[in-house]
Design a protein around this ligand. Structure first.
Ligand code: C2E
Ligand code: CA
Ligand code: CA
Ligand code: CA
Length: 277
């Protein structure tokens, strides 16, 4: 995290005074942003390989800040995690994404939506109830929802995260392990969790053409995923060369600027319509 004292966006830095006026202002603004629908969802397709069929879009939150413009999640999700606002944010995202999905599914019944769950929410035993409430409120089916959980969330308290995951999976929600490769999840932990998907972190994906060692890492992650019966998704795919190599390695889906950046709901539907044979 950058720490220039002039930037207001560093107010969430742990090392700064928790009661700095900037930080307090930002917390208050974020709270009202959630209540006043200043948050926006953009969606990015997970493109099935090698056929190009899209069955899932990932929802990524933004904040349409009245003065600062469209803020990316790095600017406010950490603040929400540190202040307890994350539950309200997660509830907002789940409800907005599932509401949008039920509209899309009238035209595309096979489409599902992926929502990111922060480390802190993952360790909350109330998360499943929050998810079920959002499904009830929107009429969405559990099987239409994928929750992306970062590997880091499993490191903090693997047992509690496991309980939360079993509860969700038992209801039919699909679970994806995000940013895989950044953490140190043991194979033992991994094989005991009710996962459906593993996402290879974009750091590894971007390095895949650099040399034999980098390629070997990605290749073994794909194999590991397949041996555990998981769908393997590569994130951050930016070029045709990288996509071709990932396809040789057998990834099930790819996501990245090469296909599309995250886009507002209307635009992603136009993109899907144009890209569907
Ligand atoms: P993530 O879940 O790993 O999401 C992927 C990030 O990579 C997104 O950044 C996406 O815009 C970006 N990306 C996609 N394709 C490419 C590519 O080809 N190249 C590069 N360089 N980047 C690409 P974004 O939207 O800024 O989100 C950043 C992080 O914020 C996410 O990482 C996720 O951890 C978090 N986040 C986003 N939305 C939510 C949310 O609703 N709830 C929570 N708890 N976290 C969220
Ligand atoms: Ca994600
Ligand atoms: Ca990721
Ligand atoms: Ca990430």
């Amino acid at each position: 995290v950058a720490k220039t004292s002039h930037s207001k966006l560093v107010c969430y830095d742990d090392e700064q005074n928790n009661y700095s006026p900037d930080r307090l202002a930002m917390i208050g603004q974020l709270r009202s942003a959630i209540d006043n629908d200043e948050l926006r969802l953009h969606y990015q397709p997970k493109v099935g390989q090698p056929d190009g069929h899209v069955t899932c879009v990932e929802a990524l939150v933004r904040w349409q800040h009245p003065d600062r413009g469209l803020l990316s999640p790095d600017k406010f999700v950490p603040l929400a995690e540190q202040t307890g606002l994350i539950d309200d944010l997660t509830r907002w995202v789940l409800t907005a994404a599932l509401r949008q999905l039920t509209v899309w599914r009238r035209a595309r019944p096979d489409l599902s939506v992926a929502v990111n769950i922060s480390e802190r929410s993952m360790n909350h035993l109330d998360l499943p109830q929050m998810v079920f409430d959002a499904m009830n409120d929107t009429g969405a089916e559990a099987s239409a929802l994928v929750l992306e959980i970062t590997e880091g969330a499993l490191v903090t308290d693997p047992e509690r995260a496991g309980v939360v995951m079993q509860h969700l999976a038992g209801a039919g929600v699909r679970l994806s392990l995000d940013d895989f490769g950044e953490g140190f999840t043991s194979l033992h932990t991994l094989s005991g969790l009710p996962l459906n998907e593993l996402k290879i972190d974009r750091i590894f994906v971007n390095d895949v053409l650099n040399g034999p060692n980098d390629a070997a890492i990605v290749r073994s992650v794909v194999e590991l995923g397949h041996n555990l019966n998981l769908q393997v998704v590569a994130e951050g795919v930016e070029t045709a060369e990288i996509l071709a190599l990932l396809n040789q390695m057998g990834v099930n889906a790819a996501q990245g600027y090469y296909f599309s950046p995250p886009l507002p709901a209307e635009e992603i539907m136009d993109w899907l319509a144009a890209s569907t044979p």
